[in-house]
Design a protein around this ligand. Structure first.
Ligand code: NAP
Length: 267
């Protein structure tokens, strides 16, 4: 029997990640793009989603009303690539309307996450929060967790484009938190208050670089007796996020409750 296509709405469809997702979802045979949401004040409200994304017209107009859009289109999943202040409200609307949210933007507090988890469980639905959709970055964290117990110290250098407002990045913070649970020995910092030593997260140093021309890179450097080991991940363009986005859309359908991190969907 032929499987039904998964019906997807993109919130923030006119943005950079939104447009990349429009291109990736329309190219996938098992997925159907059914709607796109933009900010109320956007000039492109009412414009064709395909034309906004630089591909052929799709006959789907950019809307500014999430609730109306998901009820009208009977969407299964909503992919949110907007801004931290919008994602909690969007996720609540989605869950209330029977749609599974996939949140790509960071900014949810622990209280927000608990509330959304409770709602998803109550409604027998699911929600995915994925601070990083690049499968390489997820694997980098998994590898770092494996290596941590064999070294005396670790520091993280993350490099991002100059439009990124938060520092350190969500991925660097997550890496530090995960490693700190495993790192047994800690190398001694002789001048911990020196400004050039970066930020401290869970006792692990993170150094943030912001420059035009860079998208998103991270290096995790372990140091031990007479040796060092580096794991490096480079995101070269936004298409790097799309295999993870498509995987998330396909897998969220059969899940229940809150899933935090793409790694929980990898085999
Ligand atoms: P962007 O180009 O600024 O796109 C964001 C879009 O969302 C803009 O078109 C914006 O409209 C729109 N928007 C803002 N508030 C909205 C709302 N309430 N309802 C509907 N649309 C709204 O940014 P981007 O580079 O695509 O990144 C989007 C988000 O994804 C950011 O939070 C970023 O950190 C995150 N991100 C996540 C990953 C990951 O792997 N998880 C990767 C890259 C980026 P206006 O311009 O009119 O405000």
């Amino acid at each position: 029997m032929k499987k039904n296509k998964i019906r997807v709405v993109i919130i923030g469809a006119a943005g950079r990640m939104g447009q990349e997702s429009v291109r990736a979802i329309t190219a996938a045979e098992d997925l159907e793009l059914v709607g796109g949401i933009g900010h109320k004040e956007l000039d492109s409200i009412g414009a064709d989603l395909g034309e906004i994304a630089g591909i052929k017209p799709l006959g789907i107009k950019l809307s500014d009303n999430l609730k109306d859009c998901i009820q009208r289109t009977k969407a299964d999943v909503a992919l949110d690539f907007t801004i931290p202040s919008a994602i909690f409200n969007n996720a609540n609307i989605c869950l209330d309307c029977g749609v599974r949210p996939i949140i790509g933007a960071t900014g949810l507090s622990n209280e927000d996450l608990k509330e959304l988890e409770k709602k998803a469980n109550y409604l027998s639905s699911s929600i995915l929060v994925a601070p990083n959709f690049t499968i390489g970055a997820v694997l980098m964290i998994e590898a770092a967790k494996k290596f941590a117990k064999y070294f005396d110290g670790v520091e993280i250098i993350e490099l991002h484009h100059d439009k990124k407002v938060d520092a350190p990045s969500g991925t660097a913070i997550k890496t530090a938190k995960e490693i700190s649970k495993i790192l047994e020995k800690k190398s001694k910092d002789l001048n911990p208050s020196a400004k050039a030593r970066g930020d401290l997260v869970e006792n692990i140093r993170i150094h943030s670089v912001r420059l035009p021309g860079i998208l998103a890179n991270q290096e995790v450097i372990f140091g031990g007796q007479g040796q060092s080991l580096s794991i490096k991940h480079d995101t070269l363009d936004r298409s790097a996020f799309m295999p993870g986005v498509l995987l998330a859309i396909r897998k969220i359908i059969d899940k229940k409750g809150l899933i935090y991190g793409l790694e929980n969907l990898l085999d």
